[in-house]
Design a protein around this ligand. Structure first.
Ligand code: GRF
Length: 198
């Protein structure tokens, strides 16, 4: 039976699109159960155009309500992918999903992660620190912010003339390759473990 992926996103959704395209082309051997967002955003427009189910779970809802709604939606997912999701997930939910929930972050963690480190803030901080290398990280989600076990990273050079926007673009090009590859790797891995147990 096809593995079910749920994607959480809040923004442009380029990473969500990369996964959706990889599923469509068959390079990810799974299906997308739905997109979850915390706001109306381009990711929702894409899901609607592609006929992918989506749920908007506004971050200003009460925490209790969101825990109930999100656990309902995420129940039974084989893999949950945070692809630019800007809300912090309730700790109880993260604990339930341990080992099945991953995130992509636009820096070489553990550097430039944590509260406030999202979007251009990350790339501004990398440039301000005079780094000559940056990249992206796919990691498991744990109770902290950007602290879970690292699965894989991709590197890019930071040139002295790079603006934060230039760096964001370079890193994004790597993200769009890395994330679908890791999703496929994890889907296959889970299948292999299951087959071994059967
Ligand atoms: C990416 O840079 C990702 O690393 C971060 O949020 C951004 C999402 O970009 N977590 P997009 O919405 O997928 O284009």
């Amino acid at each position: 039976m096809s593995k079910k992926i749920v994607i959480l996103a809040s923004g442009t959704g380029s990473n969500f699109r990369a996964i959706a395209e990889a599923v469509k082309s068959g390079s990810i051997d799974a299906s997308i159960r739905c997109l979850v967002t915390d706001r109306l955003c381009p990711a929702v427009d894409y899901a609607a155009k592609q006929g992918i189910d989506f749920y908007v779970v506004p971050r200003k809802n009460s925490a209790m309500l969101n825990i109930r709604v999100l656990s309902e939606i995420l129940h039974g997912a084989d893999l949950v992918v945070c692809a630019g999701y800007l809300s912090i997930l309730p700790a109880s939910l993260v604990a339930q999903l341990r080992g099945k929930i991953i995130n992509i972050h636009p820096s070489l963690l553990p550097e430039f992660g944590g509260r406030g480190m999202y979007g251009l803030n990350v790339h501004k901080a990398v440039i301000a620190a005079g780094k000559r290398e940056s990249g992206c990280t796919v990691h498991y989600v744990d109770a902290g912010i950007d602290t879970g076990q690292i699965i894989e990273q991709r590197y890019v050079n930071v040139d002295e003339w790079d603006t934060p926007e230039d760096l964001q673009q370079k890193v994004n090009e790597q993200e769009l390759q890395l994330l679908p590859a890791i999703v496929q790797q994890l889907v296959k891995q889970e299948e292999a473990v299951k087959n071994k147990l059967n």
